[in-house]
Ligand binder design. Structure first.
Ligand SMILES: Cc1ncc(COP(=O)(O)O)c(C=O)c1O
Length: 385
């Protein structure tokens, strides 16, 4: 009996020690993660994306103090306020808060398109490239790419892409989607005239017009054209809160009352309906008040970085003009891959994304200061060698 009791005591001791070690490990990890997420490390300059921003103290305060309710029942006053604000900003009847920009695009496609329909957009659009073929998988719609310059296409391209409606074996052309600004087109801004040209063609064929406005605020600030004017011809449009505006999450999709009513069905269906989302919507309202106009700084920083990066031996700017906050670089002339240069930059405390074998993308945002641009360019120079 005695030995057995001794065994039991030793086992208990081992159990206690093991759990103490686990508790210690978990708390060490938690402290580490907390430090990582709240620190504002100047030692590390993150040009990977404008989604890398951290909520500022002012934004966090607004979130903490938000009035909340059940969003699914329309009882969250802060979410309602954000929706009304964005609807007015985009000149639409109604708007809906969603967890992501991707969901804004996919819900719009699902409302507008039926199985067998076709969407006209560019091969480099986020819709066709980075959304897991959601248009096909969710709505049953296929994509048709049109020729473009930095993601910007013409009314003539739309005319040429529209299927003959009398051809019963063709898909039905249903929707035209543009991206404002065009991400993989180097942050190019659609001008009013370019939008009008495409809108006229779309209307001639009774096509739905949709705007992916992930960086619509950047386009507004860069061009001086109001968001409402830019979105006037569109049946649906949205803006992202988690990019240049610096929120932790969210996008707001806008359109007619009927469109938003139908979008609500999809929001529930896809599990995007929320509860006390006012905590997040408060960040959005704060961003609209504080982080909109300052996007001009990001554009100036991107332009400065483009000048400095373009002067690095072997590096070539992919696009002649830096219109907003995205800078694309071609590394071919350096004899090194984008990945090699990106990794070397990281060793100098700067993150620049490798977006292809020889393509780098640097993105400015509110956690990047003007002084960081010189440091980042220096790191790129050192990385190229
Ligand atoms: C042009 C464009 N559209 C849509 C999205 C999707 O936004 P989210 O990451 O919020 O889903 C992105 C994200 O990078 C984007 O750049």
């Amino acid at each position: 009996m005695l030995p057995r009791r001794a065994d039991k005591g030793a086992a208990t001791l081992r159990w206690v020690r093991y759990h103490a070690r686990m508790v210690q490990l978990v708390s060490t990890l938690a402290i580490g993660i907390r430090t990582m997420s709240t620190a504002h490390p100047r030692a590390f300059i993150d040009l990977f994306s404008d989604t890398m921003t951290r909520p500022s103290p002012g934004m966090r305060k607004a979130m903490a103090e938000a009035e909340v309710g059940d969003e699914q029942r329309g009882e969250d006053p802060t979410t309602n306020a954000l929706q009304e604000r964005v609807a007015a900003l985009l000149g639409k009847e109604a708007a809906m808060f969603l967890p992501s920009g991707t969901m804004c695009n996919q819900i719009a496609v699902a409302v507008h398109c039926r199985s067998g329909d076709e969407i006209i957009a560019t091969d480099n659009s986020h819709l066709f490239t980075f959304e897991g073929a959601g248009g096909a998988a969710i709505a049953g719609a296929q994509g048709r790419s049109v020729p473009h310059e930095q993601g910007i296409f013409t009314g003539a391209a739309v005319h040429a892409a529209v299927r003959d409606p009398t051809m019963r074996h063709s898909p039905r052309s249903r929707m035209v989607a543009i991206e404002q600004t065009q991400n993989l087109g180097g942050g190019a801004v659609w001008s009013e005239a370019q939008i009008a040209d495409v809108a006229k063609a779309a209307q001639a064929h009774a096509l739905i017009l949709h705007m992916d406005g992930a960086r619509l605020p950047n386009a507004v600030v860069a061009s001086g054209v109001s968001a409402a004017k830019m979105c006037a011809a569109f049946d649906s449009a949205w803006l992202d809160l988690s990019k240049g505006l610096g929120c932790p999450i969210g996008g707001v999709l806008a359109g007619s009352k009927d469109f938003i009513a139908e979008a609500w069905r999809w929001k529930h269906r896809l599990g995007g309906a929320l509860r006390q989302s006012g905590i997040l919507a408060a960040a959005g309202l704060y961003a609209l008040d504080h982080n909109w106009e300052r996007l001009a700084e990001d554009h100036a920083n991107a332009q400065r970085f483009a000048v400095l990066a373009g002067a690095v031996k072997g590096i070539k700017l992919m696009f002649a003009k830096t219109a907003t906050n995205l800078v694309f670089l071609d590394t071919t002339g350096t004899g090194k891959s984008a990945k090699e240069i990106s990794e070397a930059c990281l060793r100098h405390g700067v993150r620049i994304g490798a977006m292809g074998p020889t393509r780098l993308r640097a993105v400015t945002h509110l956690d990047v200061q003007a002084a960081d641009i010189e440091t980042a360019a220096k790191a790129l120079r050192a990385a190229v060698g």
